[in-house]
Design a protein around this ligand. Structure first.
Ligand code: ZN
Length: 195
């Protein structure tokens, strides 16, 4: 069962925040790469830039499709815009790196996450062509974080033991803020890459 792509007259506008259940579901494969998908990807990039992110996965705008957008420079006109359709991680390096991560769906919350230092992954580009790419450093981290989103895996479940301390309380506070409609104000309290 697949939901239709969003109506072009009713664009994606809002980031889905924790604890929305749409963030915890496995997204479905995109069957056809066409103009609708290209429009969706463009809108996702706009939302990502507006919110100050460097990566965004479809469920973060309420869409249950396997689509990721990213630009490690975090602004239009700089860096490289990437749209990954149906991405799959094929291989992960044995060495890992641990760095602090943030997530647009968890404003105000960040923690250290250990991930494979480099990955090889496969995806379809916006012409529907299958491609295979090797990524390392921030690119590899971003791909792993966003593919996790497509599988309904939240980054807080991967925080280092030290950063698990007090996490429940921080998540409860975020939940209250989301309910009160003030979660956005938590954003940018700390400067870091939001995925
Ligand atoms: Zn995220």
């Amino acid at each position: 069962m697949t939901a239709p792509l969003p109506d072009p007259d009713n664009p994606l506008v809002d980031i889905v925040f924790y604890p929305d259940s749409r963030l915890s579901k496995r997204c479905v494969e995109v069957a056809k790469v066409g103009p609708d998908l290209r429009e969706t990807a463009r809108e996702m990039l706009e939302v990502m830039y507006r919110e100050g992110g460097i990566g965004l996965a479809a469920p973060q705008v309420g869409l249950d499709r396997r689509i990721i957008v990213m630009n490690l420079a975090g602004r239009p006109g700089a860096g490289e815009e990437r749209v990954l359709v149906n991405p799959t991680v094929l291989a992960e390096s044995r060495d890992t790196s641990e760095t602090e991560e943030g997530c647009l769906s968890f404003p105000g919350i960040s923690g250290r996450v250990a991930r494979a230092a480099s990955v090889r992954f496969r995806f379809q580009d916006l012409s529907g062509e299958p491609r295979e790419v090797e990524a390392d450093a921030l690119f590899a981290r971003c791909v792993q974080h966003e593919v996790d989103h497509l599988d309904g895996v939240l980054f807080v479940t991967k925080f280092s033991p030290a950063d698990q301390i007090g996490l429940k309380r921080r998540l409860r506070e975020l939940e209250e803020r989301v309910r009160a409609g003030t979660a956005r104000s938590l954003r940018r309290t700390r400067e870091k890459a939001a995925l």
